[in-house]
Design a protein around this ligand. Structure first.
Ligand code: ADP
Ligand code: MG
Length: 229
């Protein structure tokens, strides 16, 4: 089974790598062209400085996300609470959320909700969803994070009151490099989906244009896992 997981992962890494090469080649060619023109014909690139920096920024974001994804996994699994991961995500994002004039509401049970997990990956997954949520509410709104137990599963909801997603785009959002943002990578949700699969979970989305979007995650609880052993 380990071997299957590994080769499945290599296939996805390979697919992403060829997409990456494609995504990076065009901006790289453009940046190179600007530099050559400034050298050979004294062309002033100053007015394009912002654009060039944005393109370089996007390329480094793509590489960073890809490296995160291709980092070996399966070695760092342990039993940990979802509350601890959510706390880390909130610490990393609350400055941006309040800068954007948004409200964050976090609901969770008092008892720790324990999963068998790679904590860094779960944080990365939740971070991707929370980032998308606040990016969908440029004019303010409310970001909800809800955690609960339901039978033998843990349920996490990340909901926003933002722009929403048209029904015919709901399938596309999980495709690598699909983005509607000027400087998005389009990798966040495909990486998130893979992390969910690696944890035997599910990821579902509901959205209404102009009202908001809700992502629902479920994971098997680690005590349920032991009960099945
Ligand atoms: P990126 O954020 O870099 O665009 P993602 O894979 O994270 O890439 O998301 C892909 C696309 O899915 C986004 O560009 C956006 O169109 C859509 N999307 C994801 N989450 C939300 C959300 N909470 N509200 C509205 N649209 C969303
Ligand atoms: Mg994203």
């Amino acid at each position: 089974e380990e071997h299957m997981l590994r080769s499945e992962k290599m296939r996805v890494v390979g697919e992403l790598a060829s997409g990456m090469a494609h995504e990076i080649r065009n901006p790289l060619t453009a940046v190179k062209g600007f530099l050559q023109m400034s050298r050979s014909s004294g062309y002033n690139i100053e007015p394009w400085y912002g654009l060039i920096m944005d393109e370089i920024g996007r390329m480094s974001e793509l590489t960073a996300e890809f490296l995160q994804f291709s980092r070996p996994s399966g070695t760092d699994y342990r039993e940990q609470s979802l509350q601890s991961c959510i706390q880390r995500v909130i610490a990393l994002t609350d400055t941006e959320v309040s800068r954007l004039g948004q409200r964050l509401i976090y609901e969770h049970p008092d008892e720790p909700v324990m999963l068998w997990m790679d904590p860094d990956k779960i944080v990365q997954l939740l971070l991707n969803l929370v980032k998308n949520a606040y990016e969908a509410m440029p004019d303010g709104g409310t970001l909800y994070i809800r955690l609960r137990r339901s039978g033998r599963t843990a349920v996490v909801e990340v909901e926003d009151t933002g722009v929403g997603i048209p029904p015919d785009r709901l399938g596309a959002i999980f495709h690598p490099f699909y983005t509607t943002k000027d400087y998005g990578t389009g990798l966040g949700l495909s990486i998130s989906h893979k992390i969910v699969q690696d944890h035997n979970g599910t990821l579902e989305v509901e959205s209404i244009v102009g009202k908001g979007t809700k992502f629902v995650l479920t994971f098997p609880l680690s005590d349920a896992r032991h009960a099945n052993d």
